[in-house]
Ligand binder design. Structure first.
Ligand code: FMN
Length: 156
């Protein structure tokens, strides 16, 4: 069992729904989940150390860009100690765009470059999650759970 931070940006609510689904799945797997919003909460880089895993949810904006509310986090991440930290990026985007979900890749790539243990899967949900997306979210949560279990085993 682990303690997981989920922090998300959502303008029209899709990424928020995805966050809720993943949160529920993680709780079912026995994890403690803290959910924060880039809009309403302060996220200190120091607090990342308190979590076994950090999941960042973001929509994509403006030709493949991060939303402005997630930019500070993206920049400050560079000064955070996330080496070896389990990290995932997910969100809603629109496959109509050539730049489908690129903000999710930006976040995952940055964490990987900083030495985090980034989940290979970048969960990109096309607009509002549908029934098959719920299954993808459940699998995503399962993979994060397995990564936490694997790490706990090594350190035990
Ligand atoms: C002005 C504008 C620009 C957008 N640009 C992109 C984009 O470059 N790539 C992409 O995949 N989606 C793009 N989208 C789609 C959003 O990411 C998508 O609607 C997503 O579901 C919004 O998530 P939210 O409901 O969590 O805010 C854009 C949407 C708007 C309104």
């Amino acid at each position: 069992m682990g303690k997981i931070l989920m922090v998300y940006a959502s303008l029209s609510g899709n990424t928020e729904i995805v966050t809720d689904i993943i949160e529920g799945n993680l709780q079912q797997l026995g994890h403690e989940v803290v959910v924060k919003s880039f809009d309403f909460d302060v996220i200190e880089m120091d607090e990342l150390a308190d979590y076994d895993a950090v999941l960042v949810g973001t929509y994509t904006w403006d030709d493949g860009e991060l939303p402005y509310e997630a930019e500070d986090f993206y920049i400050e991440l560079e000064h955070a100690d996330i080496e070896g930290k389990i990290f995932g990026a997910y969100g809603s985007a629109d496959s109509f765009y050539d730049t489908f979900g690129l903000a999710i890749d930006l976040m995952a790539d940055r964490a990987r470059n900083l030495g985090a243990d980034v989940l290979d899967e970048r969960l990109k949900i096309d607009l509002m999650p549908e029934a098959d997306d719920e299954e993808r979210c459940a699998n995503y949560a399962k993979k994060i759970s397995q990564m936490i279990a694997g790490k706990n085993k090594v350190s035990a």
